[in-house]
Ligand binder design. Structure first.
Ligand code: FRU
Length: 488
């Protein structure tokens, strides 16, 4: 892709090109039914997630004209219930000197009856050197967005490179604060903090002092919040080598839990780095606290630098379902928000005992469904489920009780996704019974294990006829309980 193609602006596309592109997207058999997806082009990070004027607002990084990472706009979606979203059009256009080469990721906060969107303006100088600015756009209750003419932060502090982006802002009792993803001049990643009394004038407070001094070359999309009196720092380190079952994706996404961040010294005493998700397609999560006090997370269901089967259909990627976060034994637990029950249509139930067999049940099949499946009283060596299954296709979740390893296998899921990063993912789960809570859409699955202790988020690209669901127990028996709903 040359620069000209990459940085094409919407107005450079003719009406004929746009309608042909839209037609191509509409014809794609892998369009989702209940996930946020782009009308055309490529979606990446969720941005500006906030509750404002009686609605949830969720923006995302958008390149309208192709399925590569071109010129980024902010696209706006809104919802009263986190379930049914309306497309509200472009919110931030990269058309000013401080964001000419992309309105990059950022966050939202409500002040004085307006939603303030703080984001990174990406620019390039004559020699194509990157320069990053932290900018602001303000949205009123009617959805009109006005950019502030000058950036809020117009230079990178000493000691850091221009890989300086993705401000996540919050309000403390004394001041507004934000964390920004950064790269030190020695090419290691970190997160820094700024403070402000008015959201407009920002003071560089310093680097968050974690115990991870050499942990990747760049930290993208940091987020900081407190839950149950604990501090949580989320971020996406780039450049981490795989270790056994961990860090198998091109870039990682995870968190540290510790004592609340010391706002004076910026000391953050924390435990180990945990991955947020065990699947393939999860990155750049962003959280918000809603008016009910819930901490809600949404992420990009995708990864950079990988080709996906919908690329040739003119669109790429979607967002995950919104999930609530809670701390359980020092780890984050994710659960789909309860409002998603509104999607439930026809319900099917099954109760059975599986003995060394694989079984399917009448009416338990589909392409877009929610399924809760519990294996109890197990003396089998392993149990599991196959779904979006046909004669030659299936996506498999398999749990081995002896090794205590859960494996998600998409090697036969349908059309292949770049397999350089493998086609199975595994993680350790210690349990005597197993509960799988699945949200399957036309081309994705989100699987919550044992009430959100682990989550596997993945795109899959099966044939529309692969609608089968099968349950199995190997070398022994297991009690099975299933509830399944079609989702609309
Ligand atoms: C993460 C990221 C961010 C950046 C944005 C650009 O996926 O690279 O760091 O702001 O995407 O689209």
């Amino acid at each position: 892709m040359n620069r000209e193609q990459k940085y094409r602006r919407l107005e450079q596309a003719s009406p004929e090109e746009m309608s042909a592109l839209r037609k191509k997207v509409e014809d794609s058999g892998w369009r989702q039914t209940y996930h946020i997806q782009p009308i055309t082009g490529l979606l990446n990070d969720p941005n500006g997630f906030a509750y404002f004027a009686g609605e949830y607002h969720l923006f995302y990084q958008w390149f309208p004209l192709g399925t590569y990472h071109g010129l980024k706009y902010w696209y706006h979606t809104a919802s009263k219930d986190l379930v049914f979203w309306r497309n509200a059009g472009i919110a931030i256009e990269p058309r000013d000197p401080h964001d000419w080469y992309g309105a990059y990721s950022g966050s939202g906060i409500v002040k004085d009856g307006k939603l303030h969107l703080m984001y990174t303006g990406n620019t390039r100088d004559r020699d194509w050197n990157r320069r990053s600015f932290q900018c602001m756009a303000v949205m009123d209750a009617a959805g009109a967005v006005t950019k502030l003419p000058e950036p809020l932060i117009d230079h990178v502090p000493e000691g850091y490179t221009e890989h300086f982006r993705d401000p996540k802002v919050w309000k403390d009792p004394d001041l507004y604060r934000c964390v920004i993803g950064a790269q030190r001049e020695d090419a290691t990643g970190t997160a820094v903090m700024y403070e402000s009394s008015d959201l407009l004038n920002w003071r560089f407070a310093g680097e968050i002092k974690t115990g991870l001094k050499h942990f990747g070359y760049m930290w993208e999309c940091p987020d900081y919040f407190e839950l149950d009196g604990q501090g949580v720092l989320l971020f996406c380190p780039q450049g981490i080598e795989p270790q056994g079952d961990r860090f198998r994706n091109v870039y990682q996404s995870g968190y540290l839990v510790g004592k609340p961040l010391n706002r004076e010294t910026l000391d953050f005493e924390h435990g180990a780095f945990h991955e947020l998700d065990r699947g393939f397609d999860f990155y750049a999560p962003q959280t918000m606290e809603d008016d009910q006090g819930r901490r809600i997370l949404v992420a990009w269901m995708g990864q950079a630098e990988i080709g996906y089967p919908t690329d040739s259909h003119g669109w790429a990627h979607c967002l995950t379902l919104p999930r609530t976060l809670e701390l359980r034994d020092g780890k984050l637990v994710q659960q789909p928000v309860r409002e998603l029950e509104k999607l439930r249509r026809e319900r099917r139930e099954v109760q059975d005992t599986l003995t060394n067999e694989k079984k399917s049940y009448a009416g338990v099949s589909g392409t877009a469904f929610e399924l809760i499946c519990e294996f109890a009283d197990v003396n089998a060596e392993s149990v599991g489920i196959e779904f979006r299954a046909g004669e030659t296709e299936r996506t498999v979740i398999h749990y081995d009780f002896e090794r205590q390893i859960l494996t998600f296998d998409r090697s036969e899921a349908g059309e292949r996704i770049n397999s350089k990063y493998g086609s199975t993912r595994s993680c350790r789960v210690q349990t005597k019974s197993l509960k799988l809570h699945l949200f399957v859409d036309t081309s994705s699955v989100e699987c919550f294990i044992n009430d959100g202790e682990e989550v596997f988020t993945s795109r899959i690209f099966p044939h529309p006829d692969s609608t089968g669901i099968r349950f199995f127990a190997n070398n022994g028996s297991a009690g099975l309980k299933v509830a399944k709903w079609d989702l609309a």
